[in-house]
Design a protein around this ligand. Structure first.
Ligand code: SF4
Length: 306
């Protein structure tokens, strides 16, 4: 068995991109250090009184909740709450929702749920049956962002933390580059500008690779759901995941390099594509055009229903 490069104890993992073996304690510390730094960089903790964490019940978001909770444990003036969106996906969401509720109970964090059914009068299972070749994730993502923003705003959250990890970030960067969607690239989180009605999103795990988030959740004994959404296979993102994973296998550190390159050019992108002031859609959500994407997609679904 390999020994921890820091203390000589039995190692639980080998970090290929920096050549270190780490024991359980040093590995957890290694993850926590990055998350603390990200929280400090992304949030002005002096002015932040309420942090909402979007939790799905999976490893990343539950690890993010626990980490945010631990990092801010001493800060009695900062309130943490959690939000789960129930998309209405049978065989997937109920188990994850239960795990999300359980962790919130254990660490005494208020938990809010919002469902597509109550909020939008549809479920993803219904929507997927109407889409033909189109991927459900494109609709689900838009509806989920709207629901999360609504609850976060209603509970007065200053920021909304999500469980996006390094793999998610690298995929989003590459996806927008290859599509030529530079404007969207400029608007990727973490958000810096506070817009009326839009709770800025932050990503405390953005420097933590997915495999490390998984190991961290296991080592912390988090009871997370590893159920896979039945629509996951159709997600366009999977192509980018495969490409980046094979690049990472050949050249460890690629995911960090993609994110670091993005971070280096982000100020220029934001200068070129400044965020316009948002107008309120008739549903109450902010949007650049005054008509939000969720309402446009809901209209499309209504037409498909006939
Ligand atoms: Fe929604 Fe797609 Fe995620 Fe399933 S895989 S929960 S449809 S975004």
């Amino acid at each position: 068995m390999a020994r921890c490069s820091k203390c000589g104890q039995d190692a639980v993992t080998y970090i290929r991109y920096n050549g270190s073996h780490l024991c359980a304690e040093h590995f957890k510390e290694y993850v926590e250090r990055r998350v603390k730094k990200e929280l400090r960089d992304q949030v002005d903790l002096k002015d932040t009184k309420r942090i909402a964490v979007a939790i799905s019940g999976g490893k990343d978001s539950l690890a993010a909740l626990l980490l945010v909770h631990d990092v801010l444990a001493e800060r009695r003036d900062v309130e943490i709450s959690a939000i789960t969106v129930d998309e209405g996906i049978a065989g997937y969401r109920p188990e994850a929702l239960e795990k999300a509720q359980r962790l919130c109970r254990e660490i005494d964090v208020p938990h809010h749920t919002i469902s597509f059914e109550n909020e939008l009068d549809l479920t993803m299972d219904e929507v997927s049956g109407l889409l033909g070749e189109r991927t459900p994730c494109a609709y689900c993502g838009v509806f989920r962002r709207r629901c999360m923003n609504k609850v976060a705003r209603d509970i007065g959250a200053d920021v909304l933390a999500t469980g996006h990890n390094l793999d998610d970030m690298a995929q989003a960067v590459l996806m927008n580059f290859t599509r030529g969607d530079v404007e969207r690239l400029a608007r990727l989180g973490p958000h810096v500008k506070v817009q009326p009605g839009l709770v800025p999103r932050i990503h405390p795990l953005r420097q933590v690779p997915e495999k490390e988030a998984y190991l961290y959740a296991m080592l912390r004994g988090i009871d997370f759901s590893d159920a896979v959404c039945p629509y996951w296979e159709a997600a366009l993102r999977n192509e980018y995941r495969d490409i980046i994973d094979s690049m990472e296998a050949r050249s460890p550190g690629t995911k960090f390099s993609i994110l670091a390159s993005y971070d280096a050019i982000r100020p220029l992108l934001r200068e070129k594509y400044p965020q316009s002031n948002l107008a309120l859609c008739s549903c109450g959500e902010p949007s650049p055009s005054g008509r939000c994407m969720a309402c446009a997609l809901l209209d499309e679904i209504k037409k498909r229903k006939g």
